[in-house]
Write a protein that binds this ligand. Structure first.
Ligand SMILES: Cc1cc2nc3c(=O)[nH]c(=O)nc-3n(C[C@H](O)[C@H](O)[C@H](O)COP(=O)(O)O)c2cc1C
Length: 204
């Protein structure tokens, strides 16, 4: 059975972003596709220092940091689809998510062997901002650019949500996020869209 990996970039315990992601993953499960959720909250992850040891030694994992990232490589490599959800920080993703992206540097070794490794994997994006127009779209774009760097096939939402689900937490509170009904509907649509595309093109 295909599996979709949800990644939450929020560092907070009571996170509206994680709530929206869980809504999306619930929609995935309705299609029979399996889900897994990784939160970056409280994870120890050192910066990629571009030493390229992983590249030279053709490793699938970082060879200098033995930290929480080590266990996140395989769930990422072998998922059939992704839903990356992140709060907006300075109109982009959180530092945690940015470090996660960079630490996937060993992916280069996989792409050298098979540049199509991610072509049949599907990616969707969810962004939660404290302001109504606080950079949700640029955050979604950041996530989609990450997908582009790997060759992941992106699903959008079309009109009127465009690139992905943009949610508004009304100044950052969990309770405020719960009032964004249309944003939460869009998050659910991201889940359904990613799952339907996975079922259409991912090898079973
Ligand atoms: C360092 C920092 C930067 C932020 N930058 C933005 C921003 O650029 N635009 C915005 O709308 N909200 C911004 N926020 C607010 C968060 O996106 C908002 O509180 C969000 O709902 C947090 O989601 P979470 O509770 O799931 O972590 C920022 C918050 C922090 C801590």
């Amino acid at each position: 059975m295909p599996r979709i990996l949800g990644i939450c970039g929020s560092p907070r315990g009571k996170s509206g972003t994680e709530y929206a992601l869980r809504k999306a993953l619930k929609e995935v499960e309705k299609t029979g596709v399996e889900t897994e959720l990784i939160t970056l909250r409280a994870k120890e992850m050192g910066f990629c220092i571009h030493c390229d040891k992983c590249i030279r030694e053709e490793s699938r994992k970082c060879l200098v940091h033995d930290d929480d990232m080590t266990l996140m490589y395989d769930p990422f490599y072998y998922a059939d689809g992704y839903i990356i959800a992140c709060p907006v920080y300075k109109m982009s993703v959180t530092g945690q998510l940015s470090v996660f992206f960079d630490r996937l540097r060993p992916i280069w070794n996989m792409l050298k062997k098979d540049r199509a490794f991610f072509y049949n994997k599907i990616g969707g994006a969810i962004a939660v901002g404290g302001s109504r127009n606080g950079g949700q779209e640029t955050t979604i774009e950041r996530i989609q650019n990450f997908y582009n760097s790997l060759g992941v096939t992106i699903v959008n939402l079309g009109t009127p949500a465009f690139g992905g689900a943009s949610l508004w937490s009304h100044s950052g509170s969990y309770e405020g996020l719960l009032t964004d009904e249309s944003g939460l509907e869009d998050a659910k649509r991201v889940g359904e869209r990613v799952a339907r595309m996975v079922l259409t093109i991912a090898p079973v």
